[in-house]
Design a binder for this molecule. Sequence first.
Ligand SMILES: [Fe+2]
Ligand SMILES: [Fe+2]
Length: 360
Amino acid sequence: MRQDSFVLLVTDRPSQMRGLAGGVERMVTCTCLTPGAALPAERPLLVILDLDERQPGNAASLASLDQRTRDGAVPCLTLLRDAGGRRVDPATLSDSHRILPATTPRDTVLAKVLDMIGQAARACTERTRRLEARAVAATGLVTELFFTAAAGRGVRDADADRGTETVLEAVSETGIRAWLDVIWKHDAQVYQHTLSVSGYAAAFGDEIGLSRDDHLRLTKAALLHDIGKSKIPAAILNKPGPLTPDETALMRDHARLGADLLLAQGGFAPEIIAVVRHHHEKLDGSGYPDGLAGVQISDLVRIVTICDIFSALTERRAYRAPLSVTEAVTVMTGMRGQLDRTLMHAFAPIIARTTAGDWR
Ligand SMILES: [Fe+2]
Ligand SMILES: [Fe+2]
C-alpha cells in the first residue's frame, strides 16, 4: 500500500492549481481533490488546502480538514484565499501547519512545499521505524504468551501488560489501518488475529473515550481473549477445510480452556477472565460456552466480541478468503439480536478508518 508518499491537494479551483500540482509531481505524487470528495485511506505526506472560505460549504471543509491534519499530525499548508477577511491566529501556526497568502508566487509556494515534504519524510521514516519495532515486539510477546501457556507454564502477566502497552502506543500513534498493515506482513495467524483484535479494541476504547484504566483493561482482555487456543492442536487450528463435529467441539473449548488457565494462575482481573470465557456468547443466548444472554454479558465482553468477529471475518483463513469490509458489515448486521447494536454503531467509525482516511 502507498503510505506517506504523496501530497494531497484539496482545492476548489483544480484547473488554476494544475501548475502547482505539476510542480509537486516533480517531487512526489500529487493527488488533487475537490472539497467533499472521499479522502484517500493512506496518510499523505503533506496536505495543501486551497479553498475560498466565502464559498458555501468551504469554511466547514477547511475547518474539518485542518482539524483532521492536526489530529493525525499530518503537516498542512493552507493557501489563504480570503486574506482580507480572516485574521490568522499565530497560535494555530507551527512547523507542521503553515499559512501562505494564495497570491504568493508559485515558486515560493513550491519551495515551501519542498521544505515541508523534507521535514515530513524524516518524521515519517522515524514513525515507520517505531511502528515496525512495536509490531516485532508485540508479535514476540504474544508468541511468548502462547508458547508458555501451551507448555503449561502459565501466562506471564508482565508480558501481557507489555503487549497491551505496545498495542495501545502503536494504535494511538499511527492508527488502526497502519497497525493492521504492519502485523499482517508476517504470517503466524493466531498471533496476528490476537494483535488485530487488540488493535481494534485499542481503537474502540479511544473512540468511546474510555479512562486510561478501562482502556488498558479492554486492550489486555482482547490480547488474551484467545489464549485458550494455545491448548488446541495446530492441525485443528489450521485445518484447510470444515471441522468435524468433534473438532468443532474441541475448538469451541478454547474459551473455557483460556479462562481456566488464567483462573488457575491467579492475578488476572475477573473482567478479563470473563472476556476470555465469554467472547463467543451472543445476546440472544445462542453462543457458547455457557449460553449467556442479555444482561449476563458485560459491556467489556460485548466490545471484544464485536472486535473479534469483525477481525475474524476480514482475515484470510486456511479454509476461506477474507471477506471485504462491506461483506463483513452485512454479516454482522444480519446477526440480529446477537450483537449490541449501540456498540456496533460506536464501532462504525473504526470500520470506516480501516478503509478510508485513518491518518493517525
Ligand atoms: Fe475465540
Ligand atoms: Fe478470536
